[in-house]
Design a protein around this ligand. Structure first.
Ligand SMILES: [Zn+2]
Length: 254
């Protein structure tokens, strides 16, 4: 997209944002690419080369649990050092002004929290990879704790110190049930917003596509900002195929 096209798109987005009073944002991998976070699902992305470990395999095998932790630690240079991007910062500003009610995210990178968005305004559909929990008792563990145990045990996946249950990154794996509370909060937000902003999601992963449809049916203005066409472009009131950071930076400067 040329500079003039970015300006024109930013003007259209700014006009929607100016009238927004109770917006909801839905974010996917595209908002974090400028932060150096790999898009696991993209062609050539991590998951096309390294099939994700599904939940049943993680539970069934200590070796799979160790492999899951080896992979997670291998990602730490990218995930651990990442800083929020221009899209994250714009949403944080809008949330702080009270014009954005909530952010529903498919991302597991913790960058919305890092940009200053309160936990109460954030719904993480796929969990969070920046810490771990015991699957049996829910005790939270920081990654440093897991790594120290992992290394002390010569690569053995650590168990919960409280109940000896399996400790897993706090993400939702393939085959793992979607978190009911997060799904309910996302549905409640989607059904009661005036603007629904889809940012950096191709909307192909269920249940992602359901929320914009729900918002649109409830009367919201639907905006889709994504580099590539999405499944729901035909339904949207405003579609912008461009870089999220470029467009938001220009829109917020207006
Ligand atoms: Zn436990």
């Amino acid at each position: 997209m040329s500079g003039d096209d970015i300006k024109a798109a930013a003007a259209e987005l700014a006009a929607v944002l100016a009238d927004m009073r109770a917006g909801v944002a839905f974010t996917g991998a595209g908002i974090s690419t400028e932060c150096g976070i790999p898009d696991f699902r993209s062609p050539g992305g991590l998951w096309s080369r390294n099939r994700p470990i599904d939940y049943q395999d993680f539970l069934a095998s200590r070796e799979m649990r160790a492999e899951a932790w080896r992979r997670r630690f291998a990602l730490e240079p990218a995930l651990g050092g990442a800083k929020p991007g221009r899209g994250h910062r714009a949403l944080s500003t809008l949330a702080g002004e009270g014009r954005l009610r909530g952010i529903i995210t498919q991302n597991i990178d913790g960058l919305h929290q890092a940009s200053g968005v309160a936990e109460g305004q954030l719904v993480e559909l796929h969990g969070n990879s920046t810490y771990a929990t015991c699957l049996d008792c829910g005790t939270r563990y920081e990654l440093d704790w897991v790594r120290a145990r992992f290394e002390a045990g010569q690569g053995r996946a650590p168990d919960c110190a409280a109940c000896a249950g399996p400790v897993k990154s706090a993400t939702i794996s393939f085959g793992q049930p979607m978190p009911a509370a997060a799904m309910a909060r996302a549905a409640a937000l989607s059904g009661a917003c005036d603007v629904f902003l889809v940012l950096g999601s191709s909307l192909v992963v269920w249940p992602a596509a359901g929320f914009p449809v729900q918002a649109k049916r409830a009367g919201a203005t639907l905006v889709i900002l994504n580099r590539e066409p999405t499944e729901l472009d035909d339904l949207a009131d405003l579609v912008i195929h461009a870089d999220i950071g470029d467009v938001f930076e220009a829109a917020m400067a207006r």
